[in-house]
Design a protein around this ligand. Sequence first.
Ligand SMILES: [Zn+2]
Length: 280
Amino acid sequence: MTSRTVCPICTKTSYRKLHTLDNGGLIGCKNCGTVLFVPRPTIDELETFYNDQKYRENFDTSSMVGTGFAHHRYESLCNVLKQFDVQIASKPNRRLLDVGCGTGDFLQVAQRDGWQVTGTELSATAADKIASRLGIPILTGEITSLQLPEVNYDLITSYHVIEHLIEPLAMLRRLYQLVSNEGAIFLETPNIDSLGARLRGAKWSHIIPPEHITYFQPRSLQYALRQAGFKRVFVFTSAPQMIESTQHLPVPLQSVIKAIYNIAPRLNLGAALQSIAFKD
Ligand SMILES: [Zn+2]
């Protein structure tokens, strides 16, 4: 099974076995370091999974939605843009595309700060909800098949999408086509090489196939973005806003664990893997 899997990032077929799970396993590409859930689900299987009513309900009540979360996300993004001296944040009529915009809260925050925003979302129900609630244009479908203007967006963001994809490179190549020549893309995905992933192994909270099927660490994300055409790629990690696996522990213990998790990003071991990438 593992020997026939072609790495969706580097096309090599040599792996090391990492974890055995109830419904399959995780293998790591020996060449580029991308971690794959096998057996790879088919597009039909994923569609059935995501259209399930229960999945939508869980998503709407998850900790990663809501206005507070969106504000924090937007502020962190602005800090990254400042850090890398990206001038687009002050440009008039600046255009932002958020791929996999979920409930749209992040786009709303960005819009209020002067961005012309567009979102994409797989679920038509979610897209309709955002469009009617926030009046933000949302396109429904895979980014690789949507009709969008190329070389157009000053900034493209995508939070926690790439790990859901069977072919992440196709998405990255599409982002390369859509972003303007002076623009940037910003990605966030779980870090399979994080402190939490190392400590918790197969029990790490982000190992949830068939939802998460392609996992990255700093080296493999850097490699993938270069494969997609990006010339300047910066990869870093950050501490999670909330550590869900410690919520049941006594507060003093939670604080100690939080302190450790806050040091982790300095060693590139933070839970959230982030990247800003440029075409030039
Ligand atoms: Zn590979």
